[in-house]
Each structure stands twice: as C-alpha cells, then as structure tokens.
Design a protein around this ligand. Structure first.
Ligand code: NI
Length: 258
C-alpha cells in the first residue's frame, strides 16, 4: 500500500470530481493520505476531509505566502486543531523567497512560531522551502532539530543538504519531480538518501509525474514515483513501496495510534 504524505485535495482543481476520485483510492492501493493545510481556509478544509474519509489525515499549518492572515487568535485555534486525533503534523510551514509575498523577517517569525506549536503539541512538521535553503536550515537547526522531526516536503535543494536534514532526524519527501528527465539533482537525492528516510508525496494538484507532467496530479500517480525511485536505486518497486509506507508511519507517529 502507498501513503501520500502531502496532498491538497481541498484545491478547487478537485471540485468537480473530488468524491469520485477519493472513492477510487482504496482499490488503487492508496492506503493513506495527509491533506496539508496551507491557508486558514485549507486548514479548515483538511479537517473536514479527515472527518469525512477514514484514510485521510490532516496537517495544520500556514504556508509562508499566507502568513499575513495569521494572528494570535488564529494561532490558538490551530493549537486546538493540532490536538485532534486525526491531525498528524504541523504544515506546511517554512520560507518562500521565490514568490516572496511576505517580508523575510515576517515569514521567519511565523515559521518559528509554528515550529514552536509543533513542539508544544508533540507533532512532526512538514516543511516548505523555496529559494530559501540556508535560512530554512539555520532556523530548523536553531529551533527544532531532533525534537519532533518531520518531512522536508518537495525537497529541491542538493543531495548534500538532504543528508544534512537526515542527520538532524528529518525525512525527505520525494514527488513527481524525480520522474522529470531534466531533474538531475532530484535523482541524485533519491539515490543518496537512505531508504529509511524517504517518503513519497504528490503535492497534488501540482507536480504530476511523467508521463503526466503538466496534468492534474493525484495520489493515483504515486506508483510512477515509486518506480522511478526503485529504478534509480536498483531496488524492486515493491521494496520501495513497503519502505516508504513504513517510513510514513514512523514520521507521522500519530498514525500508529489512529
Ligand atoms: Ni503543498
């Protein structure tokens, strides 16, 4: 069975056929999905999906582009949601200097406060980092390293940086990008990180794997990601599939109690 550690089924791209699509997951071998909050609206929608579907779990967090919407009252509400049984992580949180929608200092401030929320509620984190590799790593090291762990989602830095995160106790999230022909660095990452520290994710509706690149992504395409990781590492797809299933349950520890 396959576990999708990072998806956005609340996205409007699924409005037309969400129920039908999610209804196919079980028979397609998709045994679990974490729907990740990115905005206040996304947090609420993730909770609703987790209530509706037994195999969907929620992460609670606000993406760096959206931190302008945060205040003390919202943070308290998020703390409450973190304590619900089906909330398995804090995320996605981090820094984004690519879209650069909020001032760097302001992004850092809310990143740190959400890391603190993860610590306070005993949850792992799901980290978003774009064009901000060094600042992200420095903050994680300073404020969080080795306490509750988590996943570096849609990892896009070097293999060397991936191994630094592994040393801190983190897992590396690999998705559709690894299947792209020109994704040399991502293929290096898939080869270099110990199999015990790899999890798979879609980030759907974005980043569909080849040969579906550019189309709407869903967890149904995860076998393509697993096959590519297996090919790169000289393993059998079945071996990779069971390893990443186990890893998802290691990092999202609450799944083992659910
Ligand atoms: Ni995402």
């Amino acid at each position: 069975m396959i576990f999708d550690t990072h998806a956005h089924y609340d996205d409007e791209a699924f409005d037309k056929d969400r129920q039908e699509l999610l209804g196919q997951m079980g028979s397609a071998g998709i045994g679990g999905i974490v729907n990740v909050g990115a905005s206040v609206r996304g947090i609420r929608a993730s909770q609703e999906l987790a209530q509706q579907y037994p195999f969907i779990y929620a992460a609670v967090g606000v993406h760096p582009d959206e931190v302008g919407a945060l205040d003390e009252k919202t943070l308290l509400w998020m703390y409450e949601l973190c304590r619900r049984p089906k909330t398995v992580a804090v995320g996605e949180i981090g820094l984004d200097y690519y879209w650069d929608k909020e001032a760097h200092e302001f992004q850092k401030q809310w990143f740190i406060r959400q890391l603190q929320m993860a610590k306070d509620t005993g949850l792992p984190v799901n980290i978003h980092s774009r064009e901000a590799a060094q600042d992200t790593f420095d903050i994680m090291k300073k404020y969080h390293a080795g306490t509750t762990g988590g996943i570096i989602h849609c990892f896009s830095s070097s293999a060397q940086m991936a191994l630094e995160y592994v040393k801190l106790g983190y897992y590396i999230g690999i998705g559709g990008v690894v299947t792209f022909k020109n994704a040399r660095v991502m293929k290096e990452v898939a080869a270099a990180v110990p199999i015990e520290r790899i999890v798979v994710e879609t980030d759907c509706p974005y980043l569909a794997p080849a040969p579906n690149r550019g189309k709407r992504n869903s967890s149904l395409y995860l076998p393509l990601v697993i096959e590519e990781i297996a090919r790169i590492r000289g393993m059998m797809a079945q071996e990779v599939e069971s390893a990443v299933w186990e890893n998802a349950h290691q990092v999202y520890a609450k799944l083992r109690r659910a």
